[in-house]
Design a protein around this ligand. Structure first.
Ligand code: GLN
Length: 560
């Protein structure tokens, strides 16, 4: 397909950040895909970091990892889950990457003596990267991070302005996502921030064709008409993205307002009606699950940061839909477990326990205590990445009777590093993009729980770690009945561990949450939630929650 045949949908944001541009882009993409078009998406991040891999979870939510090992923005997770296409490092780039390339080109003399400037050199590099990622697709959604008017996003806005005139009216459309707040005292939705934001965008030479309004409730036609008039956008091009109970409802909310139809008309594309039966089925199960509710404790040290566990909570939701149940995730602070003991915290009243990935020592003793509690009480347990490492340390301490067993990550001079540096990580000095990243194959032990769940002999999963099970302890652990049910093809790396005589206990060195989608729930999460249902049904006594429950958005994590 030539450059020209891809049509571009640019998404900018205004008024506030974190307004849900990524999710909205993904949902629109899902509708276009349901009409038979091939769709991809790109996220442009205007910050100077080369990628988000080095950012703290307090600064940036989850770091999403692609098959080819890029550490990317969490919006790529939304895109993959809704578009069902594997994305790559081409689908997310930052100002840092663009400047790095341009400066390196300049050092190599590639600009033939010209003064290197934002326009055209930086903007050309941005356009080149957009075209590369869009190649071969009918539609490419391009989302620009941040809000319009941010100083650092100006080159990105300018690049998409140029593309609009270069590619022509029928090949490019612009959506501006804004917030329409409801002011309680006046009992009114206010459109002024939207008007100002659109004015700001037009000041950079871009008149949006669509305004997508985030609001608490559906906007009535009078408000839409007002936005239409003041923002110079057709009334049926003002779309509401109002709050929903479940993000998987959003494609249907958009379709009801004919958003997809209007986009196609604007881009002069003809397709049949979209097939939305799978989205409707998901919604039906989600709204009215037959198998009741299960409670899952997620033990972490960023419990207040729901965004840091985005793909995980989504994967659990997919698994809940597949099991026709409602899921309630309770985020438990592992430091709290250190202070109170696992048996005295909320972990006591749950149907399954999950320890997600993480870095650093803080809170790890609480996690290890949780593994012991789950193992001894036969509560379904799922350890992911650091969670596997916690499980192995716990096993070494309590079954192999090595009380000082730990990870080299927590104690550089330990004499009992059951978890140690991976060989090729030992001499790595730079922090950025140097972990073991991306998709690697793993072979499964026949007849193991993992093999039964995957129903395959070999799998591919995505990784992001520096440490691994120390091979020097493998024999002792294996003699003590720890099962290494997944190994790298050369058998040098442990990828999955299990234990005997437990209903469901699995640790994985990879991140299965990056490969789950509502239409294709990940087998491990599906089986884990199934085990939680069984556990719940066997333990019918009323359990009252103890400990702190976070105020994590119910929209993201609960099935009502
Ligand atoms: N900190 C551990 C490591 O680097 C685990 C990483 C993770 O959980 N993603 O190996």
């Amino acid at each position: 397909m030539s450059r020209k045949s891809t049509k571009f949908i640019f998404i900018t944001g205004g008024v506030v950040s974190s307004i849900g541009k990524g999710l909205s882009s993904a949902c629109l993409g899902a509708l276009l895909k349901a009409r038979g078009l091939s769709v991809t998406a790109i996220k442009l991040d205007p910050y100077i970091n080369v990628d988000p891999g080095t950012m703290s979870p307090f600064q940036h939510g989850e770091v999403f990892v692609t098959d080819d090992g890029a550490e990317t923005d969490l919006d790529l997770g939304h895109y993959e889950r809704f578009l069902e296409v594997p994305l790559s490092k081409k689908n997310n780039f930052t100002a840092g990457q663009v400047y790095e390339t341009v400066i390196s080109n300049e050092r190599q003399g590639k600009y033939l003596g010209h003064t290197v400037q934002v326009i055209p050199h930086i903007t050309d590099e941005i356009k080149k990267r957009i075209f590369e990622a869009a190649k071969g697709f009918d539609i490419c959604l391009v989302e620009i991070g941040g809000t319009v008017g941010d100083i650092e996003s100006l080159p990105f806005i300018e690049a998409i302005r140029q593309m609009r005139s270069e590619l022509g009216w029928e090949n490019v459309t612009n959506i501006h996502v804004t917030l329409v707040p409801y002011i309680k005292a006046a009992q009114e939705f206010k459109t002024k921030p939207t008007q100002h934001s659109v004015k700001e965008l037009t000041g950079f030479g871009i008149q949006p064709d669509f305004v997508l309004c985030r609001s608490e409730q559906k906007l009535d036609p009078a408000i839409k008409a007002k936005i239409s008039l003041f923002c110079n956008v057709k009334a049926d091009h003002v779309i509401t993205a109002h709050d929903v109970n479940n993000i998987y409802e959003l494609p249907l909310v958009f379709h009801e307002q004919e958003f997809d139809q209007r986009i196609l008309e604007r881009l002069n594309i003809w397709t049949g009606e979209p097939n939305l039966s799978h989205w409707k089925n998901i919604l039906k199960t989600y709204t009215n699950p037959k198998n009741g509710r299960v409670r899952i404790a997620m033990i972490g040290k960023y419990v207040e940061l729901v965004e840091s566990y985005k793909s995980l909570s989504e994967s659990l939701t997919h698994a809940a839909i597949a099991n026709n149940c409602k899921i309630e995730i309770t985020y438990v602070d592992s430091v709290e477990i250190e202070n109170l003991g696992a048996e005295n915290t909320i972990t006591k009243n749950v149907d399954a326990i999950l320890i997600p990935g993480g870095f650093g020592n803080r809170g790890t003793e609480g996690k290890i205590a949780t593994v012991q509690y789950a193992r001894e009480n036969k509560i379904p347990f799922f350890g992911i990445c650091l969670g596997l490492q916690m499980a192995v340390i716990e096993y070494a301490r309590n079954i192999l009777k090595m009380p000082e067993a730990t990870s080299r990550e927590f104690d550089e001079t330990t004499k009992f590093p059951v978890i140690d540096w991976m060989n090729d990580q030992k001499n790595v000095a730079n922090k950025g993009a140097t972990m073991r990243l991306g998709s690697y194959p793993c072979k499964l032990l026949p007849d193991s729980l993992a093999a039964q769940i995957y129903k395959q002999a070999s799998i591919d999963e995505r990784h992001r770690h520096r440490f691994e099970v120390n091979n020097s302890y493998r024999e002792a652990l294996s003699n003590a009945d720890l099962i290494f049910s997944g190994l790298s093809p050369d058998e040098q790396l442990v990828e999955i561990v299990e234990i005997k005589d437990h209903p469901w206990f699995i640790g994985v060195q990879f991140h299965p949450e990056f490969k789950s989608s509502p239409n294709n729930p990940h087998p491990l999460f599906k089986s884990f939630v199934g085990a939680a249902i069984k556990y719940r049904d066997l333990h019918t006594e009323t359990r009252k929650p103890i400990g702190k429950k976070t105020t994590a958005s119910t929209e993201q994590i609960q099935i009502n």
